[in-house]
Design a protein around this ligand. Structure first.
Ligand SMILES: *[C@@H]1O[C@H](CO)[C@@H](O)[C@H](O)[C@H]1NC(C)=O
Length: 337
């Protein structure tokens, strides 16, 4: 009666399976179900597509897995950085890089400002575990070969770090809740040493940022990656829609950009920044190289007074300032030694 029904059904099935493949988890080498298995079968968390790498954070009652997947081969990656906080200056940072023997170094660092972060505590003999012993690389969930692509590194930490943990800032204790503040970056040059206190080269300015992770979202083997929110998310779940409440985040990063601006003001400022953002950003950045590096701690907060910045502009501004400050400090350190 309906001769086309067979082929049509088959086409539909093909379409459905294609859609299913498209919706399947982004981590090829290490899948979401691998992370779930490690966490005992059930977890909450999210996978976010950031400017540096695809970030998965998944938690059970006590532990958090942080998995970073860089779109490229292990041999093409310099390092990946992840931190809890709203900006480098208040973040507790972990930097991870691949070594030639297939291992990964995990380096626990902090930075006074947007300069190269330095090691917390002393370098551990086992470079895959930090000096507190509570944050460590999970080798079974990380890339081993230089040709693995994407390059994935996964580490585990307790949700609540022990009281003896010498972390920095107010954000390092994680909760299974919405809007856990995270910063991220990647570097293109491998430190060339497995030592935790190795010197790092700076991240590309478009390969860094800050975001908000929902550690209470349902996390399953088929959870799809979403775009990393640029401002705090209202309501919850993994919708990924960023509400207009970005003022506090922008304020936290920009510091001096005064917290008085309302959500409505920042929405209208979005248009301003879109039209003249590039000019004002580079203009504001140019005085920085002459800044005395010893007094540079406040230099990243020099934004034009009273202007409400969009978060994207703040990230860009922060990146440019970071670049300038990092160069000044690094070159003065180099000339000292
Ligand atoms: C959470 O994950 C950690 C790390 O694998 C594991 O040791 C712990 O038993 C898990 N907890 C539960 C409740 O499954």
């Amino acid at each position: 009666m309906c001769p086309s029904r067979g082929p049509a059904t088959r086409r539909l099935l093909t379409l459905l399976s294609t859609l299913f493949l498209l919706a399947s988890p982004v981590l090829a080498a290490v899948s979401s179900s691998d992370l779930l298995t490690y966490l005992g079968g059930a977890a909450t968390g999210q996978t976010l597509k950031t400017a540096a790498y695809t970030l998965t954070m998944a938690a059970n009652a006590s532990s958090v897995l942080v998995s970073c997947a860089y779109k490229g081969k292990v041999s093409e990656l310099g390092w990946m950085g992840w931190g809890t906080g709203s900006a480098m200056s208040d973040a507790d940072i972990l930097v991870l890089w691949p070594n030639s023997d297939g291992s990964w170094t995990l380096s626990h660092r902090t930075a006074a400002t947007t300069v190269m972060p330095t090691l917390v505590g002393t370098a551990n003999k086992d470079p895959s575990t930090d000096s507190s012993g509570s944050v460590k690389v999970v080798a079974s969930l990380s890339s081993k070969s230089q040709t693995d692509s994407p390059a994935v590194v996964t580490f585990v930490r307790p949700l609540q770090l022990p009281a003896t943990y010498k972390g920095k800032g107010e954000y390092y204790q994680l909760k299974k809740a919405i809007n856990q503040q995270v910063i991220y970056a990647y570097g293109m040059k491998n430190p060339g040493s497995s030592a935790q206190d190795a010197t790092l080269t700076q991240h590309p300015l478009d390969g860094m940022g800050a975001t908000y992770v929902d550690l209470s979202a349902t996390f399953s083997a088929t959870s799809a990656a979403i775009e990393a929110p640029l401002s705090p998310v209202k309501g919850g779940s993994s919708s990924g829609s960023s509400a207009a409440g970005g003022t506090s985040a922008a304020t936290a990063t920009a510091g001096a950009a005064s917290g008085s601006s309302s959500g409505a003001a920042s929405a209208s400022a979005a248009t301003n920044v879109a039209t003249n953002g590039a000019g004002s950003t580079s203009g504001a950045a140019s005085p920085l190289p002459s800044t005395d590096p010893t007094s540079s701690s406040g230099s990243t907060t020099d934004t034009p007074g009273g202007t409400a910045w969009t978060y994207a502009a703040v990230i860009k501004m922060h990146g440019i300032c970071a670049g300038a400050t990092w160069c000044v400090v690094t070159s003065s350190l180099a000339s000292v030694s």
